[in-house]
Design a protein around this ligand. Structure first.
Ligand SMILES: *Cc1c(COP(=O)(O)O)cnc(C)c1O
Length: 365
């Protein structure tokens, strides 16, 4: 039986519009865009669409996704592994011409050995800690690493990269950029070659919008802006981009007035979290056949303002519809605008059917 729900619908027209706007902005700013594909598992339909829209650089945090992209898009696209590589991945990434982000000297030495064996030069990106407390070498380590690099004849430094607003929510600013440009200039002088400064992700767009000159920045890696038209680091929709490219739909399987047992002893929910219990009397709830296994319920947005998402179990999403003017019934299909985490999980879930809409959808997709 082919199932229809739960379903993730992707609107390629909306993505094409965002692609075209972002390509235009990047041209204006003199920066090359890199599409980050980890949010949609490097899904071949989307990846091919972005290639067709005009992007030629892609980045993912998963090597298998990048190998998939290399086979799909061919040798002309540039591919970056933006999660620091595991040692077991070095041979594969070298073989597939994938540029890794690297933050340790040992890894540089190993990559150099592999490239020597393969008789080629491996380009690498040095991950630099910019202030978010995530990955990357510290500024004071850079002179030492540069000295080492001069001896690694089969490596070539493509560029340096930094990432903001990922772990600690630290937002990038002018000062952070100035320090990175300094590192870039230092490397260019010492290595006597061009070095690219790559920044990510979407959070950087706000700097340029505010009028900060992107002087010295060569590349920006983004996923969220292109896919969702939003910037979660500032909790905002980006006004010049389109939202709503991803919609998740699922079927209502129960409608009842109920409330959790008041006198029941209070424990934790199935995921070890302290559950939310509200004892305001019985309220009408609907159960929808989609759960935490398929989506992140915290990143679903429902267009009935009088409905709240109570929570989710592995396989149900529970909505409080007491205040809604609409009368929900079993068998109804409800739809949500989906954010980054919800879409990522929907792509990971084999239970969610993927459907593509738009002018350019080819037959069979
Ligand atoms: C996820 C990621 C990005 C893209 O971030 P968005 O917020 O989706 O634009 C860029 N760089 C790195 C290293 C990442 O892990």
């Amino acid at each position: 039986m082919a199932s229809l729900y739960p379903r993730l619908e992707v609107n390629l027209d909306v993505l094409e519009e965002n692609a075209s706007i972002l390509l235009g902005k990047c041209r204006l700013w003199g920066i090359s865009p890199v599409v980050v594909t980890k949010g949609f598992l490097a899904d071949p339909v989307l990846a091919q669409a972005f290639r067709d829209f005009g992007f030629s650089s892609f980045a993912d945090s998963n090597l298998a996704n990048l190998v998939k992209l290399r086979n799909l898009l061919g040798s002309q696209v540039q591919l970056f592994l933006i999660r620091l590589p595991m040692l077991e991945e070095l041979d594969t990434l070298s073989m597939y011409g994938i540029l890794p982000f690297v933050s340790h000297a040992e890894v540089l030495e190993r990559l150099n050995g592999i490239a020597r064996r393969l008789g080629k030069v491996q380009p690498v990106v040095l991950a630099i800690e910019g202030g978010d407390g995530r990955e990357g070498m510290l500024f004071e380590e850079i002179p030492e690493v540069t000295k080492l690099l001069r001896h690694l004849s089969h490596l070539s430094v493509y560029g340096i990269a930094t990432t903001f607003a990922c772990l600690s929510g630290v937002l990038p600013d002018y000062e952070a950029l100035r320090r990175l440009v300094e590192v870039k200039n230092f490397l260019q002088e010492t290595l006597e070659k061009n070095v690219v400064l790559s920044v990510g992700g979407t959070t950087f767009l706000a700097l340029w919008e505010e009028g900060c000159s992107p002087e010295g920045v060569d590349e920006i890696r983004f996923g969220e802006a292109l896919l969702f038209g939003s910037d979660i680091s500032r909790k905002r929709d980006i006004p010049w981009l389109k939202q709503g490219a991803f919609v998740i739909s699922a079927e209502v399987v129960e409608v009842r007035k109920k409330e959790p047992l008041q006198e029941g002893a209070s424990g934790y929910d199935a995921f070890g979290e302290k559950p939310f219990r509200n004892f305001s009397g019985p309220r009408k709830r609907i159960l929808v056949a989609i759960g935490k296994q398929d989506v992140d319920e915290n990143q679903l947005y429902f267009d009935d303002a009088h409905v709240t998402i109570v929570g989710a179990t592995s396989n149900y999403l529970i909505l409080d519809v007491e205040e809604s003017a609409k009368s929900y019934r079993v068998g109804d299909v409800v739809s949500f605008r989906a954010g980054y985490g919800a879409v990522l999980r929907a792509f990971l879930s084999p239970y969610v059917v993927k459907v593509y809409r738009g002018r350019k959808v080819r037959k069979g997709e």
